[in-house]
Design a binder for this molecule. Structure first.
Ligand SMILES: Nc1ncnc2c1ncn2[C@@H]1O[C@H](COP(=O)(O)OP(=O)(O)OP(=O)(O)O)[C@@H](O)[C@H]1O
Ligand SMILES: [Mg+2]
Length: 243
């Protein structure tokens, strides 16, 4: 029997910023319908991995490859990758003065979905406001998740969507991500996703199938999300898990 092509495959990936190596020989596969979790201490390379998949500068692939639905994307620009259906909710998104949530949604042709999606994330009162201008930390995170949902990506990358968010809104964000992942994309295909978390709170609200621990730019362990997170909670990152 032939195995289905992973939606995302990262193969022996090494990434540098300038001359500084930040990721070393990372391999992982995410199948259609799967949401994987990335754990790891500050500076271990989690955001760098998402940035390398998205194609953001200044991250540079030095060896290895990234495949989307079996096609290498390493040579593709950020714009081409976004057009293929890769999208990212940033850890620290910028403010955009002069661009309201409403006008942003119109510009990506997602205006018809905006009201309902905004209501779910308690952002209805924000639609006329400029993106992230004067938003609180938790409001920025909610908008960032809403923005990615409106973009309707095939592969969704969430960088710490619940950091600094109160517990009720963690539930709203988690539920929104879960409903979004369960819904096929505009081409009728199942999505896949990667989500970075430090708190693990999001795990109570999403069906994550795998987790991976990054340390010093290397993927040191993969396993069931709850088991890995509980280990980290009890022992930190310095005590390795038995394989
Ligand atoms: N533009 C850059 N210039 C220099 N070093 C960088 C740059 N971007 C990332 N790095 C370095 O790469 C390493 C990995 O950073 P990254 O942001 O991927 O970590 P992280 O695991 O997401 O951490 P956190 O949990 O704090 O968000 C860090 O040592 C960081 O300082
Ligand atoms: Mg990060």
């Amino acid at each position: 029997m032939t195995k289905a092509t992973p939606l995302l495959e990262v193969r022996d990936l090494c990434v540098a910023v300038g001359d500084k190596p930040v990721l070393n020989s990372i391999s992982l596969k995410v199948a259609p319908g799967e949401l994987h979790v990335l754990l790891g201490p500050n500076g271990s390379g989690k955001s760098s991995l998402l940035a390398a998949i998205m194609g953001l500068p200044p991250w540079r692939i030095t060896s290895g490859t990234i495949l989307l639905d079996g096609t290498p994307i390493d040579e593709m620009s950020l714009f081409e990758r976004a057009q293929l259906g890769i999208g990212m909710a940033f850890q620290r998104p910028p403010s955009l003065e002069g661009v309201s949530l409403n006008s942003f949604a119109k510009s990506i042709d997602a205006h018809s979905d905006l009201d309902q999606a905004a209501e779910r994330l308690n952002l209805t009162a924000f639609l006329q406001r400029d993106l992230n201008v004067g938003f609180s930390g938790g409001e920025i995170k909610r908008w960032e998740v809403l923005k990615l949902i409106l973009q309707d990506p095939h592969l969704a990358l969430f960088d710490e969507p619940e950091s600094g968010v109160d517990l009720e809104h963690v539930k709203a964000i988690g539920t929104a991500i879960q409903q979004f992942m369960a819904r096929p994309d505009k081409t009728g295909r199942q999505r896949a996703g990667l989500v970075i978390t430090h708190t693990g709170l999001i795990l109570a609200h999403v069906d994550a199938s795998h987790a991976h621990i990054l340390q010093s730019g290397e993927l040191v362990h993969s396993g069931p999300p709850t088991e890995l997170f509980q280990h980290v909670q009890s022992h930190g990152y310095s005590v390795p898990l038995a394989s």
